[in-house]
Write a protein that binds this ligand. Sequence first.
Ligand SMILES: C[S@@+](CC[C@H](N)C(=O)[O-])C[C@H]1O[C@@H](n2cnc3c(N)ncnc32)[C@H](O)[C@@H]1O
Length: 233
Amino acid sequence: MINSKNLEKNEVKEYFNGTGFDRWNRIYSKSDDVNKVQKNIRIGHQKTVDDVITWIKKYPDLSKMTFCDAGCGVGSLTIPLLKSGVQDIQVSDISDSMIDETKLRIKNAGLSARGIKYKVSDLEKLTGTFDFVICLDVFIHYPQSVAEEMVKHLCDLSTSRLIVSFAPYTPLLAILKSIGTLFPGPSKTTRAYTLKEDGIISAAKEKGFVVVQKKLNQAPFYFSKLIEFQKIN
Ligand SMILES: C[S@@+](CC[C@H](N)C(=O)[O-])C[C@H]1O[C@@H](n2cnc3c(N)ncnc32)[C@H](O)[C@@H]1O
């Protein structure tokens, strides 16, 4: 069924299979071919990835746990997860180009694991269950109501932990966004949404998840709230 949500997803998919792929592939790399804004997004995003790896490493026996990296991009999180000992992971993205690049980067890094499954899929169509479900910096492409539905779907996929990051709504960021000084350049080519943290937490709560820890990562032009949830019932 074609509705505004599906149209929005198709737009995002097209963007990340086209100009968006080229742009974000450069941002999420060591390439010098980035402007100042893109360089800062890279720095901020790396902090988010590093925090997830730090949080994950406190769990024993990562090799025995199952992971889902939803909206994996070019594998910026999947690769350090594999380097940390993760052996069983489903890696998915709505964009074919992103998945191809993730495969290539994993191969070039000489990494392998017992079970890496790749999927080109909208995250709301993913099935199965995993110990850890992680979704970083994907919700920025969707309005609050859609992001909350996504959180609920991701909760359904998780038997234990959910980790998400998103650009948080604050009055100051709302002003910056309205005058165009937030998310300039790359993100302007798709709509960029800031989200209310309360709504994200309530969506997870409805599915029996509570906040374990959270952190705000910032760099100029990058703001991302990282939250780890735990399933309690
Ligand atoms: C800004 S990138 C972040 C990539 C990755 N999570 C990271 O942090 O490195 C956003 C990614 O979300 C993917 N994406 C957007 N909407 C999606 C959806 N509905 N389902 C799955 N992936 C989606 C895009 O294709 C893109 O790769």
